[in-house]
Design a binder for this molecule. Structure first.
Ligand code: ADP
Length: 168
């Protein structure tokens, strides 16, 4: 399994699946969620609505899959990261579940490559260094896809990931 780090926006990544840091409503939001829906178009929201009608809200740590609309990726996997409180509400475990369940859902849909944003490290306030200590280690313990890309939008996350994974 290849692991890559890219600095930039996830909506430009050509891969089998990109992951959205969604909220439990699945009906869109700000940050990376807003960018994905804006760029991908209304067909993504329509599929999210259908999923909601069928199964209700998406629980923290779980994931669902939709079309990618106008995005260069084939599919979007929407996962709901934990809101960071004091680290006493199983935030790390829930964040690990996001990465693991997204990988499993990709595999189940015969997808081989996946790109992740830095889930929960924006509005959900997860400390970036702690989140980065969860993400790659969870991926490495679930080596079921050919390629995983960590897409770091902000400089701080990019530096943390490069240091952690020993990239130049
Ligand atoms: P959350 O609610 O899970 O914290 P946010 O979207 O607020 O979700 O932030 C998660 C991460 O996504 C942050 O590190 C933020 O810098 C990053 N981000 C924001 N826009 C984009 C984008 N277009 N592509 C990739 N990452 C993005």
């Amino acid at each position: 399994m290849k692991i890559k780090i890219i600095k930039g926006g996830i909506t430009k990544i050509e891969t089998d699946a990109i992951v959205n840091a969604a909220n439990s409503s699945l009906l869109g939001g700000s940050g990376v969620d807003g960018a994905i829906h804006r760029t991908g178009g209304s067909v993504i929201l329509e599929e999210c609505q259908q999923i909601r009608n069928k199964q209700g809200k998406c629980k923290t740590g779980e994931a669902v899959i939709t079309t990618a609309g106008n995005l260069p990726a084939k599919k979007v996997i929407h996962t709901v990261g934990p809101v960071y409180q004091k680290g006493e509400n199983k935030e790390k475990e829930l964040l690990a579940n996001c990465y693991k369940n997204s990988m499993l859902l990709a595999k189940k849909n015969h997808l081989q490559s996946i790109a992740f944003p830095n889930i929960s490290t924006g509005i959900y306030r997860f400390p970036k260094q702690v989140a980065a200590e969860v993400a790659p280690s969870t991926i490495k313990s679930t080596p079921i896809l050919d390629e995983v890309i960590f897409v770091c939008f902000d400089n701080e996350n990019y530096t943390i990931y490069k240091n952690l994974l020993n990239y130049e």
